[in-house]
Design a protein around this ligand. Structure first.
Ligand code: SF4
Length: 311
């Protein structure tokens, strides 16, 4: 692998053949600074070579294909598993991941080409696997909306995972798609605890607004639900906290898709534990013990979570 300086001023990596892994030299554009309510963000415009990404057969993704029109995520969850994707661009996985958002500005046009190909089999497509498709940038760029329109026109089933009620802006398209193909809109809701939400997901919409959005989708007959993850030991794993989320999901007419403890893959681990040390030194010591030999919690903790949640 080689490393070079991109036009946008950040390093990016190319293969030994000189071909970039992510974007070629003529695909990098100058960054655009956000304005108004997005003045804390910077947008890095790129034209992507592909939009539909095939999922490896050993992946646990909910579909054979994924689409991620952004890279980085202003929801800024401290535990985010996708942070290392920014390192590939020579950006840091902390503040840059939260504030410098890569925008695939040709996403909709490119997707239409890929969907029109005779080889496309209309297999299910998942969105929200590596970035939130309804993060703040979507209010400005509307790329996810364009993607949904293209998928609907090509009768391609899809699922969405988000932390934002902005998805209800596109309820008209989702409802149209649901007439002909399988669609689902799901939310990530690990906690309804105000303090824990502010601490761990500081750029995301309030989780109560996600529950309200779920109720609206369910009321419109859209398949919807929530994933309770990641549950953070010592922060969001008390029985009353877990049961409050389960009750809210069911009360909104959603399905509980699963409950999962924190996973600390390399890179994320260092970022998260450094942050946690600044928040609570005792809790930090506890996590060092819990995650001393593995990047995931033991099976007995997952079983304990189910018990505590009353499942
Ligand atoms: S919403 Fe998802 S992609 Fe965005 S920062 Fe949080 S965990 Fe990461």
């Amino acid at each position: 692998m080689t490393e070079r300086e991109g036009k946008a001023g950040f390093r990016w990596k190319g293969s030994d053949e000189g071909e970039p892994v992510l974007f070629s030299a003529d695909e990098l554009f100058l960054p655009e600074l956000g304005t108004g309510r997005m003045s804390d963000l910077e947008f890095l415009h790129v034209t992507a070579k592909r939009i539909l990404n095939s999922v490896p057969s050993n992946s646990r993704a909910p579909a054979n294909w994924t689409i991620n029109v952004y890279r980085g995520c202003s929801h800024a969850c401290g535990y985010c598993f996708a942070r290392p994707t920014h390192a590939y661009l020579g950006l840091d996985i902390g503040d840059d991941f939260d504030r410098k958002i890569v925008v695939k500005i040709n996403a909709v046009e490119k997707l239409r080409q890929e969907l029109a190909a005779p080889t496309w089999r209309r297999e299910a497509v998942a969105m929200g696997t590596n970035t939130d498709p309804y993060q703040r940038a979507e209010a400005k760029y509307r790329l996810t909306r364009g993607v949904l329109e293209a998928l609907t026109e090509h009768r391609t089933p899809f699922s969405i995972l988000t932390k934002s009620p902005l998805v209800t802006r596109d309820l008209d398209i989702v409802a149209e798609a649901a007439k002909t193909v399988a669609v689902s809109v799901n939310f990530s809701i690990a906690t309804l605890d105000e303090r824990v939400w502010r601490l761990t997901e500081p750029g995301s919409p309030h989780p109560r607004r996600r529950v309200e959005a779920m109720a609206r989708l369910a009321g419109a007959g859209i398949r919807t639900g929530a994933l309770m993850a990641p549950i953070l030991p010592g922060l969001s794993d008390r029985p009353e906290q877990l049961r409050e989320v389960v009750a809210a999901i069911r009360g909104a007419g959603g399905r509980l898709l699963g409950i999962g403890p924190l996973h600390l893959r390399p890179g994320v681990r260092e970022h998260f534990l450094t942050w946690l040390h600044g928040v609570d030194a005792d809790l930090h010591a506890d996590y060092l013990r819990r995650y001393a030999t593995a990047d995931h919690a033991p099976r007995r903790y997952l079983e304990e979570l189910h018990r505590r949640a009353g499942l």
